[in-house]
Write a protein that binds this ligand. Structure first.
Ligand SMILES: *Cc1c(COP(=O)(O)O)cnc(C)c1O
Length: 357
């Protein structure tokens, strides 16, 4: 049965975008494939406010996170975590035999520029990873201010997970000094899952070339070299995703980037206002995500009951995730969501839980 999705990925895909996935195949070593990838790259550079090279990967976002931490770490990576997806960077490092340390914030609190400065001062690290928008806890980290700190450490690469925020919040890759900014298609970009993408700075390319064992499929230099040579992919990419992404980026530009970011903020404001009236917010003030809101279940209602009642009405919301599973629930406001649909959801929750509207 069709359900309106308010989970933090996958998000609903517009029917015309979905239809682009059914575009007839082309050869992946043709001029058409080159033009397709080049067009996508140019549009993504606009979306990410960068002149850096764009890499695509036929994997979900975790694939490029794995490729990035493995390809770029020469000495040791400092992983900053404010939830489950921050922790994932550390797991990726461990399983790839990449030296790394993890630095966690208190629950609900962001990664701060001061924390990053204290860690980098030790001189032990040449890579840091930060989650721009932590989907498990609804925290949006101050990535611009962190970038200003990283700039004082010229040998250090700045890797950012923007999987659940790109196209839902403004991320200025060049101004913020981000070396690798990673996202995937099924969150705020509002496409089906299965493709990920990143920007990569020349600094990061030069550093990665010094790493002897970067793996094979997720080796960022292998992806980079093929882009430089022919704007193609080293193996066979998901061309279906590329057709849909190319088209979706046009739609995003048509809406206007600032309009799109403002719409996400407005929707998140509505959820926050509603949530603060009936519950409380998990993330500290000033660090709240505009694409996913994590709400403390202060009244102790049974989440599964609410979820089932909402499913009967055609809505799917998110439960808690990772360490906050039992005590929180999440409402995502990503992609093509409109205000009217969100208000319908909130009214339905009010009615089911008997909350005062
Ligand atoms: C969803 C998500 C991931 C994982 O991305 P996949 O595309 O599922 O591999 C990583 N980080 C964040 C912040 C996410 O929201």
């Amino acid at each position: 049965m069709y359900q309106k999705l308010f989970i933090p990925g996958p998000t609903d895909v517009a029917p015309d975008v979905l239809a682009k996935m059914a575009t007839p195949m082309i050869g992946h070593r043709t001029k058409e494939a080159t033009v397709l990838q080049q067009n996508i790259s140019e549009k993504l550079q606009k979306l990410m406010y960068t002149d850096d090279t764009i890499l695509l990967s036929t994997s979900s976002g975790t694939g490029l996170m794995e490729g990035a931490i493995r390809s770029c770490t020469r000495k040791k990576a400092a992983v900053f975590s404010v939830g489950a997806f921050g922790d994932r960077w550390y797991e990726l490092a461990v399983h790839n035999n990449v030296p790394a340390d993890i630095f966690k914030s208190e629950p609900g609190q962001p990664t701060t520029p001061e924390m990053v400065d204290d860690v980098l001062k030790t001189g032990e690290y040449d890579v840091i990873t930060v989650t721009h928008n932590e989907t498990s806890s609804g925290i949006m980290n101050p990535c611009q201010a962190i970038g200003e700190v990283v700039r004082n450490y010229p040998g250090v690469l700045y890797l950012v997970d923007a999987v659940s925020s790109l196209a839902g919040a403004k991320i200025e890759v060049d101004r913020w000094g981000i070396d690798i900014c990673i996202s995937s298609t099924q969150k705020s970009l509002a496409l089906p899952p299965g493709l990920s993408l990143c920007s990569i700075s020349e600094r990061a390319v030069e550093a990665a070339k010094q790493v002897e064992f970067r793996g094979y499929y997720l080796d960022l230099i292998r992806l980079y070299d093929q882009v430089k040579k022919s704007f193609q992919y080293p193996s066979t990419p998901s061309l279906s995703h590329m057709f849909a992404l190319d088209y979706q980026l046009d739609r995003i530009m048509e809406e206007g980037l600032d309009n799109r970011f403002a719409r996400h903020e407005l929707l998140a404001d509505l959820v926050r206002e509603w949530a603060e009236k009936h519950f409380s917010l998990f993330a500290a003030q000033g660090y709240r995500s505009n694409t996913v809101t994590c709400i403390n279940n202060t009244t102790g209602f049974v989440f599964a009951d609410l979820s089932n009642a909402l499913l009967e009405r055609g809505f799917r919301i998110g439960g808690g995730y990772g360490p906050f599973k039992a005590t929180t629930f999440r409402i995502a406001t990503m992609g093509e969501l409109e205000e009217g649909t969100l208000l319908e959801l909130l009214a339905a929750i009010d009615e089911i839980l008997g909350l005062e509207a």
